[in-house]
Ligand binder design. Structure first.
Ligand code: PMT
Length: 402
């Protein structure tokens, strides 16, 4: 989608990820947007204004006053000029200032004057990003309606590895395009998404689980919401930063709890997406006390858990749509097609543990979507938010879609 005519303020703050704001500026301008850069003082330590001015084709602003002229850079006008106020990267320091109304530089003053939507793309080190004060500031900004472009996981500048990398510029561009496209083709639809792993307790301190992070489910939740749907989430334990108030959100632990919560709302739903990685088996009994390390080996008796998708598939009405996922390591297509039929799905989304860039925990996925009608669509490796939108587009190809 072209961003022609869209006016975007791009705030750049002091973070090593500021180097990515050069590429971000370039692709926003290439997409047609007018980009006005405002840098915080610390951003100058990481990237030069000359680079950003050249790429944005506009002088970079950073001070209240224009040189020594006595003429000021009017933050109120700037705030009213913009169709979108984006800060990428936003540092922990600027997050804290935004969250508390501090106003000691042009960027923070413009934030307080902006009437347009605000997007923030944090970048910081692993432990900083997990710190309760940073999380509280992010939640506060989300409660103001600011849109979080959540940090991605990977190698960090410190050498640590985990969540904290600024969202890649291409993904930010996709989110902005999605935002301005204002598609509301799922308006009026109620959607249930099961997501994340389940935890099956062995004793009061241990459980059986898997590596699902909930990222695919959350990307679907945002895509449905962004396209107008009312979204109901039943989520296993996850550690993503998420504003639960955007959705009807139920946290659960076990497959049984996930089933009960899903069953209780299934009748009201138009679309159900089963993205959760549900444990197929759980301990037959939960030990009341911590299992002691007495023997050289331990045998645990496991029993089959309820199959949520299959059970709700038996109750599916002709006007409901069910979307399943398959995570396979062998005979992928055969297994996926068997699940499609057995669980009464309309489509099944196959992701493979063998494909690089696909599956658990990653910010990207690569999928093949099989329709009950025989149609098949394959994606490239792409960010999970793009894959989510591809799945939504495929839902609209299902015959019962109206
Ligand atoms: O969360 P991420 O880290 O982003 O990773 C995403 C993902 C890989 C977990 C996701 O894309 C995915 O593939 N989820 C389904 C994984 C899985 O459990 O597949 P399965 O082949 O075992 O199950 C088939 C389908 O039945 C799935 O829709 C599953 O949700 C559902 N199911 C399975 C077992 C069960 N007891 N109840 C179910 O509802």
């Amino acid at each position: 989608m072209s961003l022609k005519g869209k006016k975007i303020i791009l705030g750049v703050t002091g973070s090593i990820a500021a180097y990515k704001s050069a590429l971000l500026t370039r692709i926003l301008v290439k997409a047609g947007a007018e980009v006005q850069i405002i840098m915080s003082a610390s951003a100058f330590d990481f990237i030069t204004p000359l680079t950003l001015a050249t790429l944005s084709k506009r002088p970079v602003l950073s001070q209240f006053q224009k040189d020594d002229t006595g003429v000021w850079n009017n933050h109120v006008e700037l705030g009213l000029w913009a169709d979108l106020f984006l800060v990428a990267p936003i540092s922990a320091n600027t997050l804290a200032k935004f969250a508390n109304g501090l106003c000691d530089n042009l960027l923070t003053a413009t934030y307080l004057s902006a009437r347009c939507p605000v997007m923030i793309a944090p970048a910081m080190d692993l432990d900083m990003y997990q710190h309760p004060s940073v999380l509280a500031n992010i939640h506060k900004l989300e409660s103001f309606g600011n849109i979080l472009l959540d940090a991605e996981s990977g190698e960090l500048a410190s050498g640590l590895s985990g969540q904290g990398r600024m969202m890649e510029p291409e993904n930010i561009l996709a989110r902005i395009q999605e935002f301005f496209s204002g598609k509301s083709d799922f308006q009026g639809k109620k959607v249930l998404i099961t997501m994340g792993p389940t935890q099956e307790a062995l004793d009061p301190v241990r459980y059986i689980s898997n590596h699902s992070s909930g990222k695919m489910g959350l990307a679907l939740a945002h895509a449905f919401k962004g396209r107008g749907a009312e979204v109901y989430i039943v989520s296993g334990p996850i550690s993503l930063t998420v504003n639960r108030c955007d959705f009807h959100w139920q946290d659960v632990k076990s497959a049984k709890e996930m089933y009960e919560k899903s069953l209780s709302i299934h009748r009201e739903m138009d679309i159900c997406v089963f993205a959760a990685a549900v444990a197929d088996y759980g301990p037959a009994e939960v030990a009341p006390e911590k299992i002691k390390k007495n023997e050289t080996s331990l045998v645990i008796n496991l029993v089959k858990n309820v199959d949520i998708a299959a059970s709700l598939g038996e109750k599916k009405r002709a006007d409901q749509i069910h979307v399943g996922f398959a995570l396979e390591t062998e005979n992928e297509v055969d297994n996926a097609k068997k699940k499609l039929a057995k669980k009464n799905f309309d489509i099944i989304v196959l992701n493979s543990m063998k494909e690089s860039g696909a599956g658990f925990q990653l910010d990207t996925n690569k999928v093949r979507v099989f329709h009950a009608s025989g149609l098949m669509v394959e994606s490239k490796v792409a960010p999970k938010n793009q894959i989510a939108n591809l799945i939504l587009d495929q839902i609209k190809n299902i015959p019962v879609w109206v």
